[in-house]
Write a protein that binds this ligand. Structure first.
Ligand code: GGG
Length: 350
């Protein structure tokens, strides 16, 4: 029997509702293969913050480092500032474990109507830089409480950081169609974005000269994603642009509730983290109607990362069949509950 210890951070809002469904699916998926998960469930998040004044304990990184992966639900609560929830939990995990790749696949499903024009069959991957760029601590507020109050925020791009995300994207593009689009805004953002463009072009010329590279302004790229999504395959983007584009793409193919995300340390020096793209959705929390597919799909990405691509493919096939059969939550126009979708995925696996 092979055992994998995984840190489970269900977190806030709908996180604790979708997480048990994903854990049950993963347990069922690996059991026939002589594999088991040891779930290390941690009560961290906004409730923990209200009791302890921090999102997770001081030794949280050390605790998670002793496990093979981190499986996260959602963070965010109306009673805690978004800065605390992201910078107290999600961002420190990404940074401490050098999870510099945020891989976000987006595809359409039979049975879900897409608002994207043209061919509804969409299958693309967003490679988001995950530890620097616009998500930076450099900045501040000045002249607080006066009519001259100001805020400033510096994006920080390093040659090392852009090179390694570009190299990762080159590898993904090579495995797929050979087409790579780089999201930029070098006409308006005159320092960091030309730097990004230059380095991406250098990396592609050196490591992926056979690839077709297009550098596309983020505003035009957003429109193209809606008008001609099939012209896109692998997109490499900065932290903020990647975050926005992946929500846009996921929403446009049907629901952000189905979109997964892998925060990867490709060198495997540290655990990687798997989470749905969606947040804590306080508007629907507690009603048992949250879509568990994003969490389940993130679990499939974790299986793939742990070395079980065939089991990951079985899980994907199971939830694809369930969506195709119309067993879907209200965000996709159905009436199934979170638990009913989870049970249907487990039944489809059997
Ligand atoms: N599923 C994790 C979650 O709650 N994400 C919410 C969020 O705001 N994420 C921002 C980000 O991915 O940078």
């Amino acid at each position: 029997m092979r055992t994998h210890a995984v840190s489970v951070l269900a977190g806030d809002g709908i996180g604790p509702e979708v997480m048990p469904e994903a854990l049950a699916v993963l347990d069922d998926a690996v059991a026939p293969h002589g594999i088991r998960f040891e779930w290390h469930e941690q009560p961290w998040g906004s409730e923990y913050y209200r009791r302890h004044g921090r999102m997770m304990p001081t030794d949280a990184i050390e605790t998670m480092a002793a496990t093979d992966a981190v499986f996260l639900g959602a963070v965010g609560h109306p009673s805690v500032s978004d800065v605390e929830t992201l910078w107290g939990m999600l961002i420190p995990i990404r940074r401490e474990f050098d999870q510099y790749v945020n891989l976000r696949p987006v595809r359409s499903f039979a049975g879900i109507s897409s608002s994207l024009a043209g061919d509804p069959e969409i299958d693309l991957v967003i490679v988001r830089e995950n530890v620097e760029g616009e998500y930076s601590e450099v900045g501040g507020r000045a002249y607080r409480g006066t009519p001259h109050e100001a805020a400033y925020q510096q994006a920080l791009f390093t040659r090392f950081g852009v090179q390694r995300i570009a190299r990762y994207a080159v590898d993904r593009a090579r495995e797929r169609s050979g087409r790579l689009v780089s999201a930029t805004k070098s006409n308006g953002i005159i320092h960091t974005m030309p730097f990004w463009d230059e380095i991406v072009a250098e990396v592609v010329a050196r490591d992926g000269a056979e690839l077709e590279l297009e550098s596309v302004l983020i505003d035009a790229l957003a429109a193209r994603m809606v008008r001609a999504p099939r012209s896109l395959d692998v997109i490499v983007a900065s932290n903020l642009f990647g975050d926005i584009l992946s929500d846009l793409a996921a929403g446009a193919v049907g629901s952000i509730g189905i979109a997964p995300s892998a925060n990867l340390n490709p060198e495997r020096a540290f655990p990687s983290m798997f989470e749905p793209v969606h947040g804590s959705a306080p508007d629907i929390a507690g009603r048992g109607i949250a879509n568990p597919i994003g969490q389940i799909w993130a679990g499939a990405m974790m299986l793939d990362h742990l070395g079980y691509p065939q089991i990951a493919a079985q899980v994907e096939a199971a939830f694809t069949a369930v969506i195709g059969a119309g067993v879907v939550t209200p965000d996709l126009g159905g009436s199934a509950s979170t638990a009913e979708v989870g049970a249907a995925v487990r039944a489809a696996l059997a």
